[in-house]
Design a protein around this ligand. Sequence first.
Ligand SMILES: N[C@@H](CCC(=O)N[C@@H](CS)C(=O)NCC(=O)O)C(=O)O
Length: 325
Amino acid sequence: MGDPSKPAEAEFTGTDGHFRRPVSAFRSSVSSAPGAQYPPEAGRYHLYVSYGCPWAHRTLVVRALKGLEDIVSLSVTSPHLSDEKPPRWPFKGLDAFPGATEDHVHGCKDMGEVYLSAEPNYTGRFTVPVLYDTQTRTIVNNESSEIIRIFYHEFDSLLPEGSPQRELDLLPKDLETEIDAMNEWVYDTVNNGVYKTGFAGTQEAYEAALYPLFASLDKLEAHLSASAASGPYLFGARLTEADVRLYTTIVRFDVAYHGNFKCNLGSIRHNYPLLNGWLKNLYWNNTAFGGTTRFDHIKGGYYWMKSVNPSRIVPVGPVPDVEPL
Ligand SMILES: N[C@@H](CCC(=O)N[C@@H](CS)C(=O)NCC(=O)O)C(=O)O
């Protein structure tokens, strides 16, 4: 696959120097609708993640928020993406990184094997997260924005009636339009913006991603300032999808993107007091956020990328990873 001169993780940086993320291939849904191909069932579906990956991290946060840990099981890869083309996320047997697990479903040695066992003719990237159906041995979905929306309500019938997890609605109808609008610019300039900055192949492409990234951080800071009275979340008193999608990028910002991806016009802790407060609150006060954040995997993963860090040395700082409350 691709250009042999280029480290595999940077293959989507075009000849113009701009990084373009490929589209996810598996887009089915678990559904409680009668006759659905993938009905909700406890113990049937399996989630594959890397703790390093911000997209996979979204699914871990929502799985925890919705109390689905005993319903959707989990395998965790090592954060050391292989040098193969396309690259593969290894399980514990290949790379015994602390916290990595075996593939609990098939005992595959890496995510490449998981994809190919589900779809032998698959030719795309072996990305995480993956939501997998152990009954039909297929990949249901490998797009994080859709997996989290599956988790919002499709498993609700399996949760105790009246429990806070079952009642939790991360995409309330009255906020949906505003959340979708925020998702759009936050995805383009922040979630994916850090990658466009880090994987830029020219000065022009780097700056074309860097300035909009920081303009969006300024906009988020202003947004939080406007909603401060009703806080502590992006949409006031209610925790929503917008918080989940922003958190997994912001918690990586100072520890990875600032250094590894050259996103260094400022840092969250020094230049964005309200975003920093919002981050600290989620990290320290909500175990669905703090408990799914593993800085060893985050730093171990990002600083493993040869295209941006050929020595693979992992910097010690910043200390601490997240400031205390
Ligand atoms: N659009 C996907 C993106 C997933 C993605 O790109 N994951 C990265 C890890 S952060 C990956 O697995 N990369 C391996 C590769 O591209 O070969 C989603 O949101 O689920």
